[in-house]
Write a protein that binds this ligand. Structure first.
Ligand SMILES: C[S@@+](CC[C@H](N)C(=O)[O-])C[C@H]1O[C@@H](n2cnc3c(N)ncnc32)[C@H](O)[C@@H]1O
Length: 392
């Protein structure tokens, strides 16, 4: 094998494995790795004819054995990480918020790395064994480029377990508060980096929250279903005269109330309920709303559960469509990885037919710009959405 690389070992892959990289997908699976070292790390990868293909993160225990990081021999050191992080930050320069995703793993060409900024603090996830070996350089680059007051590693997730890594929450630098006051457009909310869902908030819906508020009828009535700490409700409250925020979690709603106080909003009612029940009751009671957010948790946890999940999505969407006021807007979403965009749109068409009223598909939505979805890497996209308007 030829070529000088900064990597510490070498691997040889099959022609099929090499083709995946040619076609723009950074993963090579176990079955396409012909030879590799024993230990995790950054390694140089060669095709069956000894041609150098690039440097990759190697995970000895994962089905995804190799994740392409760098196509050249350039050393992957602290300076390399600084350059990549600076480029990611530059791509987000236009975001009007103090909390957003700075690195979306494969979507930003940095496989298995998540970096979220919450104002002056950073929450990161190193989600592969190969990446974990580069922890020192990555943390140094975060400190240099983002200059946070603290870095928290939210490693309490199943991806780390699959890689054979400890799954815990660890303070890696400085201090990080329990609660961080962040701004999103004109609205403020409290993120919970240590204990909140994901890395502390659902950053991926930021642009949809702003879109729904912009489309809501001023002075109208808003509904935030599956509200969590009320992120959609807060944006709606700035526009509508009254908003209902419903969630099954009393704890999430309590944080929602704090967020309303933070913004000086007194026009949000917080309702602890099962969304399936409450939407059915609203439908039967002929309630009407001018703007509705429907942002449920992932109903499909696996491929086999997709048909059942689609039934659930269809039911809540049909109900929401029925209680839209004439001219009202519904922002609906699915964050299930396993539900493809085509499945989601087909489900919406069927729900609209069952709702029995003319509904306009105004926009098909995806993740915010800080969560780039690569067309050739479907795993980078999980959030699907639509803006639907009831004909007036
Ligand atoms: C994807 S999160 C919502 C995120 C939120 N819209 C945001 O932008 O921050 C889903 C929420 O649904 C809630 N939930 C799950 N099942 C529910 C149900 N059957 N009825 C009401 N809420 C539910 C969870 O407690 C969670 O807060």
């Amino acid at each position: 094998m030829n070529g000088i690389a900064s990597a510490t070992g070498v691997a040889r892959v099959t022609a099929r494995g090499a083709e995946r990289w040619t076609r723009g997908h950074p993963w090579i699976y176990r079955s396409d790795v012909a030879a590799a070292p024993d230990a995790a790390g950054l390694i140089s990868v060669f095709d069956p004819r000894d041609k150098f293909l690039g440097q990759a993160l190697f995970s000895p225990r994962s089905e995804i054995r190799l994740r392409l990081l760098e196509r050249t021999h350039r050393p992957v050191d602290a300076a390399w990480w600084r350059g990549r992080l600076a480029a990611c930050l530059e791509r987000r320069a236009a975001i009007d918020a103090s909390a957003y995703r700075v690195v979306h793993a494969e979507g930003d060409g940095l496989p298995s790395l998540i970096i979220d900024r919450y104002d002056r603090w950073v929450v990161a996830q190193l989600l592969s064994a190969g990446l974990e070996t580069m922890r020192g350089d990555i943390l140094a680059a975060i400190a240099d480029v983002l200059q946070p007051e603290g870095i928290l590693l939210r490693h309490d997730n199943s991806a780390r377990q699959r890689e054979g890594l400890p799954a815990d929450v660890e303070l890696a630098m400085g201090t990080v508060p329990e609660s961080i006051d962040v701004r999103e457009g004109t609205v403020r909310y409290l993120a919970a980096p240590w204990t909140g869902q994901k890395t502390g908030a659902f950053l991926d819906q930021r642009s949809s929250r702003m879109l729904l508020a912009a489309e809501a009828r001023p002075g109208g009535r808003g509904l935030d279903c599956f509200a969590y700490h009320g992120s959609f409700a807060l944006h709606l409250a700035a526009r509508c005269s009254a908003v209902v925020a419903l969630d099954a979690s009393a704890e999430a709603l309590e944080r929602g109330r704090e967020n309303a106080t933070l913004n000086g909003f007194s026009n949000i009612s917080w309702v602890e309920a099962d969304a399936f029940d409450l939407l059915r009751d609203y439908d039967r009671g002929r309630e009407r709303f001018d703007a509705i957010a429907l942002d449920p948790p992932a109903f499909a946890k696996s491929r086999s559960s997709v048909p059942q999940a689609l039934k659930g999505y269809a039911e809540v969407n049909r109900r929401a469509m029925r209680i839209l006021a004439p001219g009202g807007v519904l922002l609906t979403a699915s964050c299930s990885h396993h539900v493809r965009r085509a499945d989601f749109l087909e489900m919406l068409a069927s729900a609209a037919a069952d709702a029995g009223r003319p509904l306009i598909l105004e926009q098909v939505l995806g993740q915010g710009v800080d969560h780039p979805e690569l067309l050739a890497v479907p795993e980078t996209g999980y959030l699907k959405g639509a803006l639907i308007r009831a004909m007036s």
